[in-house]
Design a protein around this ligand. Structure first.
Ligand SMILES: Cc1cc2nc3c(=O)[nH]c(=O)nc-3n(C[C@H](O)[C@H](O)[C@H](O)COP(=O)(O)OP(=O)(O)OC[C@H]3O[C@@H](n4cnc5c(N)ncnc54)[C@H](O)[C@@H]3O)c2cc1C
Length: 453
């Protein structure tokens, strides 16, 4: 009878056990030893233990809030279709990319086998009309950039170069024939694109100082020069090359096809950010390109700038994604990591960091959300996009550095993800117009004076 009572009490006790939590506890304590001790308790001791655990279980009913960087519930503003796409991309990133992100970043290699899976999401060229593209609002493109960067900024950059800069150049500056040839297969990611504008000697000043030249000789063009930092260029099927026409001094765009014998693309090694992205130094030596592969509607740098205006907004969303990924990882960590016998999330100074991160995230979200609305209404200007790019890339730097800080030493270990976000935020800060250049664009718009030198 005594034994029966004891079994009944232990069964009752078991009901209060959260087995997921037990799994975690068993990593820290010697459970078999404790179970053995429980078996040796007398009736009164067992009742006392039960009372204690039941009270703890009741307190445990105060569940910790979910980890979610969308504090003002911007997701509620999405249509059901947009929300479904967002969740589809999120699920892909969390299940397919999260487990491999650090590995490929560390090896500085690109996971080529994810391309068909990414293609299956049907998110390439999401805002373009026709050519197999979904023709959705720019807001959707922003949400996708955020979701990709929230897990891996490298994948988001690879995608932005292909779907935004390369497809966008063809969509905005290509002839109908060129669009028909390239966009449907790029939409399905059967052909991958790259975008070559920056040069070894000319970055910020590329609008007026491009050194790569093109010259019309008969039915073809001859290009000479170098392009630096060109993402995806080591394996891309088509690279958009911008060059200065020596005849009229204007920028022209070209479709450089993989296999052209007159160029080489060398991988840039030893990057401390976006290591998964394959950036190349391209050398063009008397590189011959037929007139039919010149972007027919790119006649000056103003046309190049149209592409950059469209994609710069996406970079601001990407910065938000990077910051959100770091914040969510850090918040999770602070709830688990214990010091002085408590989760560090209970410390006031830690909470202060978390709240400042969240405030930055929330301000960024409001800004990019409105930016996409302007874009969807056809009201987006260069200065709108530049202001968002400046603000978001600065705030992201602040968020990732606080995320790293609350993680102590583990903040610099790749396996905790935040270190990767810290490094990748540096690339976001510099590409698609540095802080200075985007500030000058906004400064010119608000003062009426150009401070460009
Ligand atoms: C990871 C990565 C990926 C990239 N991918 C691509 C790509 O796919 N395709 C592509 O074409 N390019 C790409 N870029 C190039 C990128 O756009 C350039 O790095 C960027 O435009 C800055 O040019 P820069 O590096 O030559 O810096 P610089 O122009 O040399 O600038 C150096 C510093 O001087 C400042 N500065 C320059 N001019 C002024 C001024 N007038 N007033 C005040 N300050 C000034 C800058 O703000 C910066 O702080 C990539 C870069 C990186 C880092």
């Amino acid at each position: 009878m005594e034994l029966f009572k004891k079994i009944k009490q232990i069964t009752h006790l078991m009901k209060n056990i959260d087995f997921a939590e037990l799994g975690e506890i068993s990593e820290k304590i010697d459970l078999p030893k404790i179970m053995k001790s429980v078996g040796e308790l007398d009736d009164v001791q067992l009742k006392g233990l039960m009372k204690m655990l039941t009270e703890k279980a009741k307190k445990g009913q105060h569940k910790l809030p979910p980890i979610d960087g969308d504090f003002y519930d911007y997701d509620l503003k999405l249509t059901q279709e947009q929300r479904e796409i967002q969740l589809k991309v999120r699920s892909f990133m969390e299940t397919e990319i999260q487990p491999i992100a650090n590995h490929y970043w560390n090896k500085a290699e690109f996971p080529m086998d994810i391309i068909p899976k990414l293609a299956a999401l049907n998110i390439c060229g999401v805002t373009y009309d026709g050519y197999g593209c979904p023709n959705m609002p720019f807001l959707m493109e922003g949400i996708i950039a955020e979701e990709l960067a929230r897990v891996d900024v490298s994948i988001s950059t690879f995608f932005g170069v292909h779907s935004g800069l390369a497809m966008g150049s063809i969509y905005l500056c290509g002839s109908e024939e060129q669009k028909q040839e390239w966009l449907p297969k790029m939409q399905k990611m059967e052909a991958i694109g790259a975008f070559g504008l920056t040069e070894p000697n000319v970055g910020s000043g590329v609008a007026g100082g491009m050194e790569t030249t093109c010259e019309k000789v008969g039915d073809e063009w001859v290009l000479n020069g170098q392009k630096k930092w060109i993402g995806n260029a080591t394996f891309a099927d088509v690279i958009i090359i911008w060059a200065r026409d020596i005849e009229d001094n204007q920028a022209k765009g070209f479709l450089l096809r993989k296999g052209n014998p007159d160029y080489k693309a060398e991988k840039i090694e030893n990057k401390m950010a976006l290591r998964t992205v394959q950036n190349a130094l391209i050398t063009l030596t008397d590189c011959k390109i037929p007139e039919s592969d010149r972007l027919q509607k790119a006649n000056s740098f103003k046309d190049t700038a149209k592409v950059l205006r469209m994609t710069r907004a996406g970079v601001a969303w990407q910065a938000l994604g990077c910051a959100r990924g770091a914040y969510e990882s850090a918040l999770k960590y602070t709830k688990k990591r214990e010091q002085f016998g408590k989760p560090i999330a209970k410390f006031q100074l830690i909470q202060n960091h978390l709240v400042e991160m969240l405030a930055n995230l929330t301000a960024m979200k409001a800004m990019v959300y409105r930016l996409s609305e302007l874009q969807d209404q056809g009201l987006l200007t260069d200065e709108h996009a530049s202001l968002a790019k400046v603000f978001c890339s600065m705030r992201t730097r602040d968020v990732v550095s606080r995320a790293r800080e609350v993680m102590g030493g583990n903040g610099i270990l790749l396996e905790y993800d935040v270190a990767r976000f810290v490094a990748d935020a540096e690339a976001i800060y510099s590409y698609e117009g540095t802080k200075e250049i985007n500030s000058l664009i906004v400064g010119r718009a608000i003062t009426g004076y150009s401070a460009f030198v």
